[in-house]
Ligand binder design. Structure first.
Ligand SMILES: *Cc1c(COP(=O)(O)O)cnc(C)c1O
Length: 394
């Protein structure tokens, strides 16, 4: 075991906070009743879920009846998109608008819908990773059923103009879904003010556990029945509730809401330090938009460096970070997010995502910035690609 464990991959997952764990624990031990049971133990569990639903709703400025607990971000994305697609197909609408750099839970769902006769417009995200509202407006036709655009991107942290996109959707009578999994820990979300019809959140990205999340679905929009069985989640998603998980999710959202302003300020300071230090390295690209972003996630590409080798070298120093998303780092395909920014395959391959949490400390950032330049030099010294780049640029 390494002495230091510097975890800078919070966009991939987060640890359960003490506050969330403490809130969950009774429901894993003494308060383990089935919320559908009528005796006291069951009723208490049911009340706890009702309270959690109310808390989540309040935090999003929604109504409790508009909150559906799910197994996480992927399920919420799938459920929202497939439901609206089915609903609107019946009304002759088969066009969906999205962005080129959504999470695969959105993109792969849309690809399946394309096979079923839907047409999907993938809007450009430009070199800074921000969708243009005019592009959304221009893409809407009388066949458009849904716009689905993420709130904050998971690889580069850019924040999209959600409120404005939502307003355009409203004006045109088009439903608007947003994957807010990365935004939820860092942004005060208000589904009314933001003009959002459907929204996805995942527990494990904000210090709750893996395998729990929620879907906000505005009243009046019909969701497809997802799992048949008992009457849970208004009869649409059967199965005994993930009691402790749901309690933890509500607690995590409340905790994030309380601390995010201070934490964001701290992250901004760290992000500036990282940016200033990393941009001194030769032939490096910053990926994102420093103004429209959650400051917790920063992303760079180093020419002549292999992303996987960089991660392994950092790991040897006890530092956990990411190159692209966790789903793509298992394969050799460069990140679709970085390609959408216009990076070449070669440059996209040398990318590093650093994502912080409220537990990230100054010492950890110092350690990262102490070892990173040396690792880049070392990797480049062994790289035939770097040799070529240097020769070409003499
Ligand atoms: C992690 C993530 C998801 C998937 O959430 P799970 O709870 O792991 O299914 C979806 N969208 C974004 C933007 C994410 O970062």
């Amino acid at each position: 075991m390494l002495k230091t464990r510097i975890y800078l991959d919070n966009a991939a997952t987060t640890k359960i906070s003490d506050r969330v764990f403490d809130a969950m624990l009774p429901y894993l031990k003494e308060q383990y009743g089935n919320p559908s049971s009528i005796y006291t133990l069951g009723r208490e569990a049911s009340i706890a879920i009702t309270n959690a639903r109310t808390k989540c709703a309040e935090l999003l400025n929604a109504k409790p009846a508009e909150i559906y607990f799910t197994s996480g971000g992927s399920e919420s994305d799938n459920w929202a998109i497939r439901s609206v697609a089915d609903l609107m197909k019946a009304k002759g609408k088969n066009h969906i608008i999205t962005s080129a750099f959504e999470h695969h839970a959105v993109l792969h769902t849309l690809q399946e819908l394309e096979k079923k006769g839907f047409e999907v417009t993938y809007l450009p995200v430009y070199s800074n990773g921000v969708v243009k509202v005019e592009d959304v407006k221009a893409a809407i036709t009388d066949k458009t059923a849904l716009v689905t655009i993420m709130y904050a991107n998971n690889e580069i942290g850019t924040v999209q103009p959600i409120r404005e996109i939502g307003a355009v959707c409203r004006e045109n009578g088009v439903y608007f879904h947003t994957d807010a999994v990365q935004a939820a820990p860092h942004i005060h979300i208000d589904v009314q003010a933001d003009n959002i019809d459907l929204l996805s959140i995942s527990g494990h990205k904000l210090h709750a556990q893996k395998g729990v999340g929620l879907l906000y679905c505005r009243r009046g929009i019909k969701l497809n029945p997802l799992i048949s069985g008992g009457g849970q989640e208004r009869g649409l998603r059967a199965g005994t509730e993930n009691l402790a998980g749901i309690i933890g999710l509500a607690e995590a959202m409340a905790a994030a809401n309380e601390t995010m302003d201070d934490v964001n300020e701290q992250h901004k300071k760290f992000a500036d330090q990282i940016y200033d230090a990393v941009m001194k390295i030769d032939r490096v690209h910053f990926n994102g938009d420093r103004e429209h972003c959650i400051p917790s996630t920063v992303n760079f590409s180093f020419e002549g460096v292999e992303g996987e080798s960089l991660l392994l070298q950092l790991d040897l120093q006890g530092i956990a970070a990411s190159s692209g998303s966790a789903c793509t780092s298992g394969s050799l395909d460069p990140s679709h997010v970085l390609l959408a920014l216009g990076l070449t395959h070669e440059v996209a391959h040398g990318s590093l995502r650093i994502s912080m949490s409220e537990y990230t400390t100054q010492e950890e950032i110092d350690k990262l910035l102490e070892v990173l330049p040396g690792i880049i030099s070392k990797l480049r010294a062994m790289s035939p690609l770097w040799e070529r780049i240097v020769k070409e640029n003499k």
